[in-house]
Design a protein around this ligand. Structure first.
Ligand code: UD1
Length: 432
């Protein structure tokens, strides 16, 4: 499992050199879901027993979350694709700023820490290139569960007043179906006194995965995957042995790798319900999809333009907007892509233009006129999914594409170049 980089490794500027124009073939295996794995790791704070998580992806973000939990006193043992966490001697209610700042998902710790210790101080996660990432809904919900919350000097401090310092169940209506807020509040409510209801909850598969874990730990959760989630708080939760769901965004990225190279690939495992909106757009652009119960075989030759708009689940995921744009940059016709979740998530447009794509933007809308071919160029991924979009474009571009900014890519893709090379791509990782 990849751990945090040492200072000497950080000085190097690793890059991928992609020689484009090769068709792909064969079968590719999807790793465990990053966004599930991160929140499930935080859920280890809910019990003093050990929690074993399987199907863990090897990602730098997972190493970062391990560092944060370790700093709180959680014992960690890890193997190639599993991690065992034991929070039996928590000695801190406050993860260090340096660690939190580099990993937004570390804010998840506030819910379980508060539920378990009655107090938590977590630095406010930093801004993010794709747009503001407020935690208003998380804070509002924790208050509804009885916490006193203040934000001062960049730190969110929460304390549960009264004897016992136990949160109490409450009714929370989220103004927007925030994934992070839903997960934070589910974990907090899992140890609260009484029943909690989260209305307008996020319905993402990662929320359902967290509910599955809480149930496996002896908790009671109903309605995950719908807009109303009910959690009955328990006095204590116990350990569990739990399998992380497959990464739907990684699966979508490989399906798009097949589409952009006009190839035939089997991607496995794929849970079609996790990818309905994406699969339907892939069929609309002309791909053929054959689900087989475990995986999905995709074949593509002619790609047509399509319009799409990102939305909360079950709508089209914002995390696949940039990778899908790379495909549409090579389609027949003009596509209109609307990014409706994050206000600044079209930064990959400039880089795709450098590769010959014909894209205009107006606010959060991109008009993508397909071109017959892209050309290799040096490009930089401005965030995780933008980097994946660059890799996809590089697979089909004429000549060599050099993708920089790999610290983003390595946060969320487990050995992407190894997996693509096994399918026939030509990608070399070097140190610039
Ligand atoms: C999670 C995912 C991320 C994905 C995103 C949207 C993890 C670790 N990350 O991020 O990959 O892109 O969901 O699917 O799971 N918002 C508010 N107020 C709040 C909280 C959020 O207005 O208090 C807004 C945000 O500005 C954004 C939208 O809600 O416009 C979605 O954010 P949210 O669902 O919270 O995303 P994350 O949980 O941070």
């Amino acid at each position: 499992m990849t751990l945090t980089m040492t200072p000497s490794q950080q000085l190097l500027t690793p890059q991928l050199e992609i020689r484009g124009g090769r068709q792909l073939s064969g079968e590719v295996r999807v790793s465990g879901a990053k966004n599930s794995a991160l929140v499930l790791m935080a859920a280890s704070l809910l019990t003093e027993d050990s929690l074993r998580l399987r199907n863990m992806p090897a990602l730098s973000d997972i190493g970062g979350m391990g560092d944060i939990l370790g700093a709180l006193g959680v014992g960690i043992d890890r193997g190639s694709d599993w991690v065992e966490l034991k929070a039996d001697s928590l000695n801190q209610a406050s993860p260090p700023y340096e660690l939190v700042n580099s990993l937004r998902a570390s804010f998840f710790c506030i819910g379980p820490l508060l539920a378990r210790l009655g107090v938590a101080r977590v630095p406010l996660p930093g801004g993010c290139k794709i747009g503001a990432r407020p935690v208003v809904e998380h804070v509002k919900g924790l208050k509804a569960l009885g916490a006193q919350v203040t934000i001062e000097h960049g730190v969110v401090s929460a304390v549960v007043p009264g004897r016992g310092h136990r949160l109490s169940g409450g009714r929370i209506h989220l103004d927007c179906p925030s994934v992070g807020a839903t997960e934070t509040l589910m974990m907090a409510a899992a140890l609260a006194d009484g029943e909690s209801v989260i209305e307008n909850a996020a319905q993402e598969p990662e929320v359902v995965d967290l509910a599955g874990l809480i149930i496996a730990m002896g908790g009671k959760v109903r309605g995950a995957g719908t807009p109303t989630i009910t959690i009955v708080g328990m006095e204590r939760l116990h350990g569990a042995d739990y399998m992380v769901i497959p990464d739907r965004i990684e699966a979508g990225t490989f399906l798009l790798a097949a589409a952009i190279t006009r190839s035939r690939l089997r991607v496995t495992p794929v849970i079609p319900d996790h990818l309905r909106a994406v699969l339907s757009k892939l069929e609309e652009v002309g791909c053929r999809l054959e689900p087989d119960g475990i995986g999905m075989t995709i074949s593509a030759d002619h790609i047509r333009a399509v319009d799409l708009r990102t939305q909360p689940f079950p709508g089209f995921p914002t995390d696949l907007q940039a990778p899908f744009m790379s495909l549409l940059a090579t389609a027949d016709g003009t596509s209109v892509i609307t990014e409706a979740i994050f206000e600044n998530r079209l930064q990959h447009v400039g880089e795709l233009q450098r590769m010959g794509a014909a894209i205009r933007t107006q606010g959060n809308i991109a008009f993508v006129e397909g071109v017959p071919s892209l050309s290799g160029a040096p490009v930089t991924g401005s965030d995780l999914r933008a980097s994946a979009a660059m890799v996809l474009a590089g697979l089909v571009a004429e000549g060599t594409t050099v993708v920089q900014g790999l610290h983003h890519l390595d946060r969320g893709y487990d050995n992407i170049e190894g997996k693509l090379n096994a399918l026939g791509a030509s990608i070399l990782r070097s140190n610039g």
